[in-house]
Design a protein. Sequence first.
Length: 268
Amino acid sequence: MNHDMLEEIYTTAKKWVEEAGENIRSKINNPLTIDTKSNPNDLVTTMDKETESFFVSKIKGTYPNHFIIGEEGYGDELTNLDGTVWIIDPIDGTMNFVHQKRNFAISIGIFHDGVGEIGFVYDVMNDILYHAKRNQGAYKNDTKLEPLNKEVVLEESIFGMNHFWLCDNSIVDIETMQKFVKHVRGTRTYGSAALDLAYLAEGITNGYLSLSLAPWDVAGGMVIAGEVGVVTTDVDGNALDLLNKSTVISSNQVIHNQIIQFIKEGRK
C-alpha cells in the first residue's frame, strides 16, 4: 500500500469510526434487542448489527475492491488476506455495553496482503481513540505513545486476563496458571480484548492473555500495540491466524518468551 493511499484510507476510516461512536453514544439509553449466539454469554445487540452494517456500507461504497471480515456476518467469506482487508468488531465488549454502558470499543484493523497497516480502537463512552499507522507510531487521541519500557521483568508485570485461565480448559493445566498469577504482580479483567490491547500499548499493563479470540477481537489493537514494542502471537509463539480463532499471548517483547515458556510447562 503506497503512502498516499494509506493516508487517504486512514483519514476516511477515522471519520467513520468517530461517526459510528457518536451514533452509539446518542442511542446508549435506547431500548435494545439482545440475542445470543454461540452460548448464553455470547451476546449480540441491534447496535452491534447496526454499527457493522454502517461500516460495511461505507467501505463497499467507497472501496469496492476491499474485503471485510466482520463479527456480525455482514462481511465477506475469505480464505486468505490478499488485497486490502478490513477486520471489524463493531462493539468489542458487548456484555459491558449491555450491562454497564461503558468499557466497550469499536475495533478496526486494516490489513494489506496480510500486513497490518492501520489500527483503531475507540473507547466510545470516554471518547478516547487509540490509533496507528504502520511504522508511524501509535497515538492516544493526539498524544503519541512512548515505546514500552525495556527494563520490565515478569515478576513486576500486570496482565490482562480473565478467570477462564483458572478454570478447566483444553490448553493448559489450571495449576500452571495459578502459579503464573502468583508469580506476576497482578491481573486485571476489562472485558474487551480491544481495550486490553490499547492499555498494553499505553503501558498501563504489560501483557494480555486470552484463551480464544476471533480475528476481529484483536486486529485493530495488535496493529496499535505493535507500534510501541508489543508482540502478539498464539500460545506457541507463532503469528496469529487472522482467519480463525486463536489463543492469544500479547506482551511487551522483553517478557514474551518467558510467558510462552511458563505456559508451555503446563500445556496439555
